[in-house]
Design a protein around this ligand. Structure first.
Ligand SMILES: Nc1ncnc2c1ncn2[C@@H]1O[C@H](COP(=O)(O)OP(=O)(O)OP(=O)(O)O)[C@@H](O)[C@H]1O
Ligand SMILES: [Mg+2]
Length: 243
């Protein structure tokens, strides 16, 4: 599971993440939502140890990212907002590299299935430099799925994928959930979040402003049952002039 405890991240005078706490349990997909600049990527980059938190703690499968970085990183598979494949490695070499880095070469038996589902099998010998934007994203997802991580963090994984890619990726996320993995997914696609996520965490200006199942949020906002997550999101994140 993933635990984010009182996380704050400051960039100069700007508090991008402000005392944020939430948990993603094993067997759960949690949506990380919020307007542009709300702090989603900053939070995920702290979870992935790409940014040093200003304060607070992050635990991956019980291992503190600061105190026990090796064990914490082993527990995590991370797909960044803008995937950057190695230009001179082929698609297949990326998977071999990740499997070797995690000491999980036996997982390469799944490479053909994963690449086929993501329409990358025919590209297996193509270099990273030659891949289209969506293919780069699919490759980053394939690299995440090749090793046995307990926690998955995806930053806007669906943007830029074709419809089949989106459907396959959502299917693969749901399979990993069923296997007991904890998944955190940032997205602006609220229809998808409503269907895919067990719970959502909504950020605004770095602060958690709402958390729970869509049904719980509806109850809290006293909304009728036909109100969508999109309606609630817009209500919750509305900028009130002068506030
Ligand atoms: N390296 C950085 N240096 C300075 N400020 C930063 C840096 N990275 C992010 N920020 C600021 O932190 C805030 C949060 O940015 P972040 O990228 O986490 O937002 P986000 O929720 O992922 O937004 P989006 O939906 O646009 O991806 C923004 O105000 C941004 O300008
Ligand atoms: Mg972002």
């Amino acid at each position: 599971m993933l635990q984010v405890l009182n996380l704050s991240k400051r960039f100069g005078g700007m508090l991008a993440v402000d005392d944020l706490s939430f948990t993603v349990n094993a067997g759960e997909i949690v949506g990380l939502l919020g307007p542009n600049g709300a702090g989603k990527t900053t939070t995920i980059r702290c979870v992935a140890s790409l940014l040093q938190p200003t304060s607070g703690n992050i635990l991956l499968n019980g291992h503190d990212v600061s105190d026990d970085p090796v064990a914490a990183k082993r527990a995590l598979a991370f797909v960044p907002e803008v995937p950057n494949p190695y230009e001179m490695l082929t698609v297949m070499e990326h998977l071999r590299f990740v499997a070797a880095a995690y000491g999980m070469e036996e997982e390469l038996v799944h490479a053909e299935e994963i690449l086929t589902r993501l329409d990358l099998w025919e590209k297996k010998n193509d270099l990273g430099a030659s891949l289209s934007k969506g293919m780069r994203q699919k490759l980053a997802c394939a690299c995440a799925f090749i090793h046995r991580a307990q926690v998955f963090c995806f930053d806007e994984p669906l943007i830029g994928l074709d419809p089949k890619g989106m459907r396959e990726l959502k299917g693969m996320m749901m399979e990993r959930r069923a296997q007991g993995n904890a998944m955190l997914v940032s997205t602006h696609m609220l229809d998808t979040a409503e269907r895919l996520c067990d719970r959502v965490v909504i950020l605004k200006r770095g602060k958690l402003i709402a958390e729970g199942t869509v049904a719980e949020l509806k109850e809290r906002l006293q909304s009728s049952s036909d109100v969508s997550l999109e309606d609630m999101f817009l209500e919750l994140t509305e900028e009130i002039p002068g506030s």
